[in-house]
Ligand binder design. Structure first.
Ligand code: URP
Ligand code: ZN
Ligand code: ZN
Length: 458
């Protein structure tokens, strides 16, 4: 049993706005919020003057301990959620995946086996489906009962993708359940053809990756998804990892037609980096492989369009698509053939610092809260227990010190991977204290060694 935790003198990021005051955590709930709370003997007291107190950040797109068709991701639930908590993230929503021939209940049980008892941050599961059949249709309601209210399908990757008619069926089947379909929007058949074309033209290094997955592949797939969702009666869809202005324009067009229930996610890599990174060589001539993820990094003009859209409130959530692979021993298997580089990058530890720093003066604490805590909780069925600093809410809290200057480096990170796409990035602001279910899980960017993370049934 954890005693009362009193967080004093913070700038509290509450649903009604910023206020100055104290927060008491009792057990796994926020018990009281007031201008001043008098600690009792034995209370654990933290003076956080100068800090922002957020409801814990939520990363609604991760791939921990996952076979991706080419390799296993480098972070387990243990290492990934520990890294998450060090950066201020108190809940991840990870993509459990029912590969072809595997039922959704079996996949869910397997993801529980991987995560249960190992996590520092809380974890929930989306369920990705790699095939559509009557068994899967029947199991959707059971998934819903087991706390899964969001699903995922792919338009790309040969071993995962559904065709358009199947996608339409899934959208129709999810609608009565009030569930959300997250979709990986890239035109996979076109990507396959372009990969062959680029490789056959003699472009074999990481710079071939973005050439084989142009913006049109994303925009076409987003547009197609949104028409299918409209056909299914404005089914609830979440466009994951939006990376292009063309894709953004497809979303704008659907919204302008009056379509409802469209949610949009982007990731730090599409807001901060661009495709010049594929030309990095590094010591072994292969550093560009660090950035091989799908969708790929885009043009500076795409990045600027997404940043503007974010500031204008057109993007609902920022997640990471954390999908880490080591450069040495994993990504380097694609030397000489970019098609064999496992797709994905790391970020679960650094998202709050990257966004707070990069948008300093443009997004305030309430915006950071909306994009990385409140909206993910609302879109993915965790509101009002999570995503809200309020009495009665879950005691997931991030105390953020906006004054700390520090530098991201693979040498000091907690993500279990040999590089970071953000090496050398100078951050302003860091999680001073991260509480998960009322337990101090990380302090000043370092784990405390506790594992208070729990499954979040949504
Ligand atoms: O490259 C990426 N993002 N790999 C993870 C799977 C996905 O597409 O989200
Ligand atoms: Zn994806
Ligand atoms: Zn992903």
């Amino acid at each position: 049993m954890v005693g009362t935790v009193i967080i004093q003198n913070g700038t509290l990021v509450c649903p009604e706005g910023l206020r100055h005051g104290d927060v008491a955590l009792e057990g796994d709930k926020v018990a009281r919020i007031a201008v001043h709370l008098e600690p009792a003997e034995g209370d654990e007291v933290y003076d956080v003057a100068g800090c922002w107190v957020f409801p814990g950040f939520i990363d609604a797109h991760t791939h921990m301990q996952c076979w991706t068709g080419m390799d296993w991701t480098a972070d387990s639930f243990e290492t990934g959620t520990r890294a998450a908590a060090c950066g201020g993230t108190t809940t991840i929503v990870d993509y459990a995946t029912a590969d072809r021939g595997v039922t959704m209940p079996d996949a869910l049980a397997e993801w529980h086996r991987r995560a249960d008892g190992t996590c520092t941050a809380n974890y929930a599961f989306h369920m990705a489906l790699a095939e559509w059949n009557e068994r899967n249709r029947a199991d959707l309601a059971r998934m819903r009962e087991e706390g899964v209210c969001s699903f995922k399908t792919y338009f790309a990757y040969d071993h995962l993708r559904l065709n358009d008619a199947e996608t339409l069926e899934v959208l129709g089947a999810l609608r009565p359940l009030g569930a959300t379909l997250c979709v990986h929007c890239e035109n996979g058949t076109v990507v396959d053809a372009l990969q062959r074309r680029v490789f056959d033209a003699g472009i074999t290094g990481p710079e071939g990756h973005p050439l084989s997955r142009p913006a049109e592949c994303e925009a076409e797939a987003i547009s197609r998804l949104l028409y299918l969702a409209h056909l299914a009666g404005d089914a609830r869809v979440n466009v994951v990892h939006l990376s292009t202005k063309m894709g953004l324009d497809a979303i704008r067009a659907a919204k302008a037609r009056g379509q409802k229930n469209i949610f949009v996610e982007t990731c730090p890599q599409y807001l901060l980096l661009d495709d010049t990174r594929y030309l990095e060589r590094g010591e072994d001539g292969f550093a560009g492989a660090k950035y091989v993820m799908s969708p790929p990094l885009r043009k500076p003009s795409d990045r600027e369009a997404l940043r503007e859209a974010l500031e204008r409130g057109e993007i609902d959530t920022i997640a990471t698509d954390h999908c880490s692979f080591n450069l040495h021993g994993q990504k380097d298997r694609g030397k000489g053939d970019f098609r064999k580089i496992p797709n994905g990058g790391a970020g679960v530890e650094h998202r709050p610092a990257l966004i707070a720093t990069s948008f300093a003066g443009r997004l305030g604490p309430e915006d950071l809260c909306r994009l990385m805590s409140e909206n993910p909780a609302k879109v993915f069925g965790m509101w009002p227990a999570k995503g809200r600093l309020a009495e009665g809410a879950d005691a997931d809290v991030c105390v953020w010190d906006p004054s700390v200057a520090w530098t991201i480096s693979a040498a000091t990170q907690h993500q279990n991977v040999d590089h970071t796409p953000y090496e050398g990035f100078e951050c302003r602001g860091r999680a001073r204290l991260t509480f998960v279910n009322g337990v101090l899980a990380a302090r000043d960017g370092e784990p405390t060694g506790t594992k208070p993370g729990r499954y979040v049934s949504r």
